[in-house]
Every structure is written in structure tokens, then in C-alpha cells.
Design a protein around this ligand. Sequence first.
Ligand SMILES: Cc1ncc(COP(=O)(O)O)c(C=O)c1O
Length: 373
Amino acid sequence: MKLFDVYPLFDIEPVKAQGSYIWDKEGNKYLDLYGGHAVISIGHTHPTYVNRITDQLNQIGFYSNSVQNQLQKDLAQKLGEVSGMVDYDLFLCNSGAEAVENALKLASFATGKKKVISFKKGFHGRTSAAVAITDNPKIIAPINSNHESVILPLNDLDAVEKELQKKDTCAVIVEGIQGIGGIIVPDPEFLENLETLCHKYEALLILDEIQSGYGRSGKFFAFQHSNVKPDLVTMAKGMGNGFPIGGVLISNKFEPWFGMLGTTFGGNYLACAAALAVLEVLEKEDLVKNAQKVGDHIINKAKKTLKGCEVRGLGLMIGLEFDTEIVALRKKLLFEDKIFTGVSGTKTIRILPPLNLNLEEADLFLDKLAESI
Ligand SMILES: Cc1ncc(COP(=O)(O)O)c(C=O)c1O
């Protein structure tokens, strides 16, 4: 059997990783400014993380969601404390798309409506409702196209209000910072006014923090750079530092009932152990503050030193948009300078490193980049 060939691959095979570094099977060492697609939050193979998952596996790895699981309760408690979202409930699942799907379902259950408003350049995952509200017609199959959805320009409040006036919208969903779209930060006032409009027209506000959450923006959630209180928050990626886990934060206006949501693997012992280790390390090593400090440094220096480049982002979620194509530039960074970066479209480099990245590593990247353009 061969693999179903859906991913264009670099000819590199990582076999080891530590902190902000990866080694391939030839022994080459790479600086990881991509974080395995914004997933690595506390750094690769952090000892606290490795020990916690290993210890858990030696006790119990899995049982179903039909029994008590203290680790899930511990995770909810800790997440509330570290994120500042103490008055929300937590539903655990396994991926970003699943988190979005469940958030949309909750919004639809609660309002009895089914239209969703999302935004241009947004990405919310590949499951049915999530892909239907994603701004990429290429990945929407006919079976996904029956959801009621409308995709509007980001930061355009008038367009949102016009749509909400029809009173058939269950949810408005927006990324804390648009990731796949090229690191686009929504205006804080837009988010705040979106909340007001949602209240006015009885729609629910969902913040998709799957890529921008877990400290990446220099706050625990990117929407915390504004003064907004979402009804639902979706998260995944950095939550497990590579162990598959996702979740939805649910404001206390929602009333759960048995069977309303569910999943076999969501909230399993190993995923909870991984997620608890992530929160402990984030807190102990002050990584959210580090993301802010090193991110500010990169953004300020890039603005000063990189010619022909628009710099966008917050914390360690940074987009560098050039006025020319960057395929060759990224290849040089990867194969000659041994630096992994992400991309958006054909002109934007995305920087999504582990949150423990230090200033020297940041400077090394900026120097190599300046040399190459
Ligand atoms: C903002 C956002 N939402 C949802 C998803 C989907 O997450 P997953 O790939 O874990 O299903 C992604 C993935 O990149 C994302 O960036």
C-alpha cells in the first residue's frame, strides 16, 4: 500500500528535535521557525512534557468518556487559571476542525438558527461545516456546500450588520489573528463592535484561536489584545505541543445536556497529560511573555531592516510579505541556512516558532533573511 498523495513534501526527514531545533536523518540541524505549523508551543521534547506523558502511559493511557477522569477536571481548572477564562466550561476534542465543528453546533443548538458569517482569507478546518465557512472554494466538496454561510470582508462592520439584520445567523466566527490567510490582525474595535452586533441580533460570537491561541500572540488568546468576551473559543495546535488535542471554551450562557456533544478520543488521559504539561511549562517559563518580547524584537527589527517587506503580526505569529515571490528565498533559508519557515500564498513568509525562541535565534534568522533578499 502507498500513501494517498495529498501533501507536497520537502525532501527532509526529521528524526530528532529539542527546544527550537530539529535534526534530520543525515544529522543536519535546523532552526525551527515554523513550529510544525504553529503547533510546538513549549519547545520540542520538553522534559516536563516527555516525563508527564511517559508517566501517564505507564499508569493508564485510555478509557472512554463514560467514567470519571480527574485529569480532564485538572486541565479545565488549570486552563481557566492560566488563560484568565475562569467562568467558561471546557469541551475536549482532538483537532482544530473538530473544535470548530462543535462550536458551530453549539451556536446552532442554542439559537435554533443555522447561517454562519465568516471572513475573507479565513481558515477554519476541513470538516463539513468548518470547510464550508473557510474562504477556499478549492477544498469545499459538493457535500460540504449545503451549509448556510456567507463570507464577508474582514473589518467591514456594515457588511456584517446588513447580514445580521436578516436574523437567521447563529454565529459569527473570526480568527484571533488570521493565520493561513497571511497573518492578518483584525482591528480590536472591529472585534468589540462585532460582539455588540452579535448581542443585538442574537447571534453568537466564536473566536477561532486554533492558530493564534496558547500564548502565540503575546497574550494567552489573541482576542485578549482587545476588550471582547466571546461566547465560544476554539483551540488546538499549541494546546498539546504536538499531541493531538483540541477544545472549545463555552461561556456559561450555554446549558449542556447529556449527549449534546461527544467524542471517543477527546480528553483521553495522554492528551490531558500533554495539555497539562504545556500549561505548567508556559507558566513556569513565562513563555507568553517571551513570545511578546522576542516577537516585538523581530517585528521592530524586520520593519527597520527588511527592504520591500510588509511586516504584520503580534508576538510570535508574524507575517513578512514581500513584493516578489519567495519560493527561492524559502528554499535558500531551508536548504542552505537550515531554517524552517512557513508560508502563505506566494509572497508571505510566516513565522510560527516554539514560544521559547530566544533573541539570538531570532537575530540569526533576521540576519540570514536580510542577507538573502
Ligand atoms: C485558525 C484555524 N482554524 C482551524 C484549523 C484546523 O485545525 P486542524 O488542522 O487541527 O483540524 C486551523 C489549522 O491550520 C487553523 O489555523
